[in-house]
Design a protein around this ligand. Structure first.
Ligand SMILES: Nc1ncnc2c1ncn2[C@@H]1O[C@H](COP(=O)(O)OP(=O)(O)O)[C@@H](O)[C@H]1O
Ligand SMILES: [Mg+2]
Length: 293
């Protein structure tokens, strides 16, 4: 299988691609004909409201789910990932918001989580604690985070810093693609800023970052490309040049309000249900007929 870690992938190169991917769970179609690509050294934002299919999409990219139909390509070659381990072996790492770190464990232990450097050979092999702490401290510094005492429990760090530890770890262990599932959704403005900064740092180190969020402001600050998901469909694919903050906000906000309305109407049946279908169609094309530039 193609391994992303073997050679550096030049910035701008297509590193991952989904072609017409659908994913169903029984009768629930979570993703419909999704096409998406991700470039090295850039930040790809996936925006969408609750239930849009964002988590299903990243679980497909990270090997938790296999597509029901369609193809998943890594460096333009089709792959089949049957577990997150397969994805990680290719250099595709995922940071889940709540599971990213172990609060009671020290910063340096969290940094390595079982992959600590060792010293000596055979029966004399032991954990090289000094080296591990040094690497953790240096790598966090490279990401712009200065933690003097890497012995302190991760739980004592701020939310943004905890995410930073997880991001720095993934980058250190060779992630070429870093998937972040709503890393800022539980954070305040300042802490979100901290995480956004690390997203940019990772990008500058050549990593392809996939940033999942429902916050258009956060996406706009760091994104190079923006995909908009709605009810399992890919509604928009904008480069940074093609969109402004206003259109991103409108696309998100309009979608949420109208979709809630459409749901209500659908449940009433009859004429209301057909009106709901019309509304759903508008939701599907939030910027139709408007000049979005
Ligand atoms: N394992 C699953 N089994 C059944 N339905 C699922 C499963 N995972 C997601 N879904 C459904 O797929 C749709 C999209 O969910 P999800 O990907 O979690 O959206 P988001 O992350 O954008 O909120 C929802 O209708 C959800 O109920
Ligand atoms: Mg989700």
């Amino acid at each position: 299988m193609t391994t992303l870690s073997e050679a550096p992938v030049p910035t701008g190169e297509k590193i991952l691609e989904l072609k017409d991917v659908s994913k169903s769970f029984g009768s629930v179609i979570a993703l419909r004909d999704i096409s998406l690509h991700v470039e090295a050294g850039s930040v790809t934002c996936v925006l969408g409201d609750n239930g849009a299919g964002k988590s299903t999409l990243i679980k497909t990219l990270s090997g938790v789910h296999e597509p029901s139909t369609g193809t998943y390509e890594v460096l333009r070659k089709p792959v089949r990932l049957s577990s997150p381990r397969d994805a990680l072996a290719l250099g595709i790492a995922t940071v889940y918001q709540d599971l990213a770190t172990v609060p009671l464990m020290s910063v340096w232990r969290n940094f390595f989580l079982g992959s600590e450097p060792t010293t000596g050979f055979g029966p004399l092999r032991r954990l090289d604690v000094k080296k591990a702490k040094q690497i953790a401290r240096d790598e966090l510094l490279r990401m712009g985070i200065d933690i003097r005492d890497v012995d302190q429990p991760v739980g004592t760090l701020s939310g943004g810093e905890r995410q930073a530890v997880a991001i720095a770890r993934a980058v250190y262990f060779g992630a070429k693609v870093l998937i972040l599932d709503e890393p800022t959704s539980a954070l305040g403005v300042k802490q979100s800023g901290v995480v956004l900064k690390y997203i940019v740092q990772a990008k500058e180190r050549g990593v392809a970052v996939i940033f999942i969020t429902h916050n258009p402001h956060h996406a706009y600050l760091v994104g190079d490309r923006f995909f908009l998901l709605n009810r399992g469909r890919m509604m928009e694919n904008w480069t940074r040049d093609e969109v402004d903050l206003d259109s991103l906000v409108k696309a998100m906000a309009g979608g949420a309000e109208l979709e809630a309305l459409a749901h209500e109407l659908e449940s009433l049946g009859g004429a209301a249900a057909s009106a709901a279908e019309e509304v759903a169609d508008v939701v599907s094309h939030p910027t139709r007929g408007e000049d979005t530039r």
